[in-house]
Design a binder for this molecule. Sequence first.
Ligand code: MN
Length: 236
Amino acid sequence: MSASAFVIEPPAQAAAKVIGGGLFPVRRIFCIGKNYADHVKEMGGDPKKDKPVFFTKPADAIVESGQSFPYAQGTENLHYEGELVVALKGGGKNIATPEAAAALIFGYAAGCDMTRRDLQAAAKGAGGPWDTAKAFDNSAPLGLIVPAKDFPDSKIASSRLKLSVNGEVRQDAALSSMIWSIPEIIVTLSKLFELKAGDLIFTGTPEGVGALAPGDRVEVSIGSLPPLEFSIEPKR
Ligand code: MN
């Protein structure tokens, strides 16, 4: 298809920065909910009965580290959820083994699954979709992506995720306490969607989620990954 076939200007390719230079083109953003037992409990669920769930965000919800953005419209309860994010360099359907899934991973980054908690609660109550709670503008702040060889399984197993608001630690949990491991997430997702290079997967948040206010500064650090930093613009 030639560029001249577009009847309006096509949108820019969504992308995330890679450590040391270069851009990772973002195709889709998949997210997993209920992947840490203590977070399921803090949300009023039962990790023995509540299975992890999937939802998505648009690729252009990415915000690079170091930015500030407005308090989201349409909510009075904007929450942070610090998460490890996986970037895929390959994909497929019905991926058979955890080993095959692990071979698709390009790298990892610190991310934040911004959530309109009030709209999520309303959706849960009504049995409705989560899109307005999760898939909004600026809902996917993302730190620099580190290639998988520099963040191997041994580091994932020993790393903690810490999220602080204005310097005060709010989330602090071991990545090893995920219910579904990263390869299990990829295998399970591939039974529902054909995964492709450029896909990002937000792997779920541990306990300690909470509300943000205008002017707040958030930092998400995960082991040796470059920390993600962002701010909510102050009220004008
Ligand atoms: Mn989340």
